[in-house]
Design a binder for this molecule. Structure first.
Ligand code: ADE
Length: 260
């Protein structure tokens, strides 16, 4: 998968791509990252990417020309040609051009799983009060928000999207099963994890995890997932299709290690 990030702050993006799992994935050729400095597509001495809004109002607005030039470069042809048919359907062979914007559709694990199948995604980091709306109207195919809060710019959202897409690529994680066990894979939150030491400052690991009884451990984990999801995320809990066995398990007390 190729992910291009168009930004005025490449210095914020590059170090994250050169760290840990993202770095390893690109070294292995699982993903290809390109960081594009929007200022490279300006023609004035100050490398200006923003301007005052028409009709006044607070803040600055990102200019359309550098964005168009950067996208044209990435798409390898004119935006008009490459995106000609986006009015009706986003053509599957063309990259998604994604604007990070708090007004966009909410980024979720479900969307990450869907987009992880794409060959090429371009992320455009929004800034200031916003971008010239013609960018939204004519150039981008999608707008994404990473949550109901406002950040200083789209770089962190672009990294969030990049990270969640990369870890879903085959071979990106050590344990290839891991993405399926994730919190949110089945709208269930994760169960608690513990590692050594068995006791620390008097805080003990639940005995059941050391019981060696795998069926019982599975039961304990499921009980925890169900209870935690119901308590903390009733919105996710409402989407679950649970079995009678699940309901019975959830209503019961927490499974305990057998007494020796
Ligand atoms: N830009 C500023 N805040 C944002 C958010 N929450 N999601 C996406 N882009 C943003």
């Amino acid at each position: 998968m190729r992910i291009d990030i168009v930004t005025t702050l490449p210095e914020m993006i590059t170090p994250a791509l050169e760290t840990s799992i993202l770095k390893r994935a690109s070294e292995r050729g699982i993903v290809e990252f390109r960081v594009v400095n929007l200022r490279d597509y300006t023609h004035d001495r100050h490398r200006t990417t923003d301007d005052a809004p028409y009709a006044g109002g607070g803040g600055m607005v990102m200019k359309i020309e550098p964005i168009t030039a950067a996208l044209e470069d990435l798409l390898g042809s004119s935006v008009d040609e490459a995106q000609a048919d986006t009015e009706d359907v986003v053509p599957r062979c063309k990259p998604r051009v994604v604007l990070t914007d708090p007004r966009g559709q909410q980024w979720t694990q479900e969307l990450a799983r869907e987009w992880a199948q794409e060959a090429h995604i371009i992320l455009l980091c929004g800034h200031y009060e916003g971008v010239d709306d013609r960018v939204r109207q004519h150039l981008v195919t999608d707008e994404v928000s990473i949550g109901d809060y406002v950040l200083t710019g789209g770089e962190l959202p672009a990294l969030v999207i990049t990270d969640s897409l990369t870890r879903l690529q085959a071979g990106a994680l050590g344990d290839s099963e891991a993405p399926n066990k994730d919190t949110f894979s089945g709208n269930l939150l994760e169960y608690p994890h513990f590692t050594r030491p068995r006791e620390f400052r008097g805080w003990r690991v639940p005995d059941i995890l050391l019981s060696g009884n795998h069926a019982l451990i599975e039961k304990w984990r499921r009980w925890n997932q169900l209870r935690t999801t119901r308590e903390r995320r009733p919105d996710l809990f409402a989407k679950l299709s649970l079995t009678a066995k699940d309901y019975a398990l959830m209503e019961a007390e927490e499974p305990q290690a057998p007494v020796e």
